[in-house]
Design a protein around this ligand. Structure first.
Ligand code: IPM
Ligand code: MG
Length: 359
């Protein structure tokens, strides 16, 4: 049966980088005789411009019907002044929540070819391979009540609610332990249990789940210390599991350890392995339309999609090897450029990956 992929280019550099990933998906489909369709829909600012809302009903229906989703990035200054209820980011949060994509996998891997690109000393990051498992549909991002209210004295007050239920903690903990089993067999759960009750419960529930995984070593760390340890000695980590907001922050820090956030893919999965795949970086409005963005994180996200949601492991391997080969050839977009390398555009990078696939 034909598998269906919904493509959401989004805003900023989104359409440019997604175009290269789509080309790669078309090439491996042809080469490996795979049977999937690629359809596009609107999300984020582009959807606001066309329909007035960041997540149109039609996009949501298509997303629900699809076997997997490939997303570029959403947001930009053009829509910053809008009310928070219709900002582009609401489209992204809406699709995560409506599809129950609670398990966000954000690997931070240092490509040996790019050791120079990291701002940390090579010996601190050489061989780095961390997986951040971020809870994506709960916590303070979605907790109620939330808003801005006016107090009796006329002063305004903003408020959000940080909340996790046991079942939410259990299912994300399982994702982390299962992932750790396939890698270094260590999970570090990050919380703020010295201050926040919700994370006291988080810690307790993670410990309960850990009993199902005696082969995996569990440790706990407060989030402030985790931020410090990530830049001090990042190789101590294998899998980090944490809530939505801490995961948002720590995954940007972890991404930068590798030298370029432009290289990192991510997967957001539901309980059945259906997922949305997107680069870890944002829509980079400052360089949008210039053809200089790095398409590799999106191409690698497409590979992750073939592996995790569509079951095409060989095609996924092939794409990852092709990316490694273009790095060996010295091709670099501006974000990962260092002296002596060959600077290429978004499209040239896509061309090179296609050529490596066809070689
Ligand atoms: C991310 C982004 C999003 C988030 C924004 C765009 C809503 O920063 O995917 O990390 O905070 O989750
Ligand atoms: Mg983020």
């Amino acid at each position: 049966m034909t598998q269906s992929i919904l493509v959401l280019p989004g805003d900023g550099i989104g359409p440019e980088i997604v175009a290269e990933a789509v080309r790669v998906l078309e090439v491996v489909r042809e080469q490996d005789g795979l049977d999937y369709s690629l359809n596009e829909a609107l999300l984020g600012g582009s959807a606001i411009d066309a329909t007035g809302v960041p997540l149109p009903d039609e996009t949501l229906a298509q997303a629900k019907a699809a076997d997997a989703i490939l997303l570029g990035a959403v947001g930009g200054p053009k829509w910053d002044a809008l009310d928070s209820s219709i900002r582009p980011e609401k489209g992204l949060l809406g699709i995560r929540s409506q599809l129950d994509l609670f398990g966000n996998l954000r690997p931070a891997i240092l490509y040996p070819q790019l050791a120079e690109a990291s701002t940390l000393k090579p010996e601190v990051v050489a061989g780095l391979d961390i997986l951040i498992v971020r809870e994506l549909t709960g916590g303070i991002y979605f907790g109620q009540p939330r808003g801005v209210r006016t107090l009796e004295n006329g002063e305004r007050q903003g408020y959000n609610t940080y909340v996790y239920s046991e079942s939410e903690i259990k299912r994300i903990a399982r994702v982390a332990f299962e992932s750790a089993r396939k890698r270094g067999k260590k999970v570090c759960s990050v919380d703020k249990a010295n201050v926040l009750e919700v994370t006291v419960l988080w810690r307790e529930v993670v410990e309960e789940v850990a009993k199902e995984y005696p082969d995996v070593e569990l440790s706990h760390m407060y989030v402030d210390n985790a931020a410090m340890q990530l830049v001090r000695a990042p190789k101590q980590f294998d899998v980090i599991v944490t809530g939505n907001m801490f995961g948002d922050i720590l995954s940007d820090a972890a991404a930068m350890l590798t030298g370029s956030i432009g290289m990192l893919p991510s997967a957001s999965l539901d309980a059945n392995g259906k997922g949305m795949y997107e680069p870890c970086h944002g829509s980079a409005p400052d360089i949008a339309g210039q053809g200089v963005a790095n398409p590799l994180a999106t191409i690698l996200s497409a590979a992750m999609m073939l592996r995790y949601s569509l079951g095409h492991t060989a095609a996924a391997d092939k794409i990852e090897q092709a990316v490694s080969r273009v790095l060996d050839q010295g091709l670099r977009t501006a974000d990962i450029y260092s002296e002596g390398m060959c600077k290429v555009s978004t499209k040239e990078m896509g061309d090179a990956v296609v050529a490596a696939l066809q070689a």
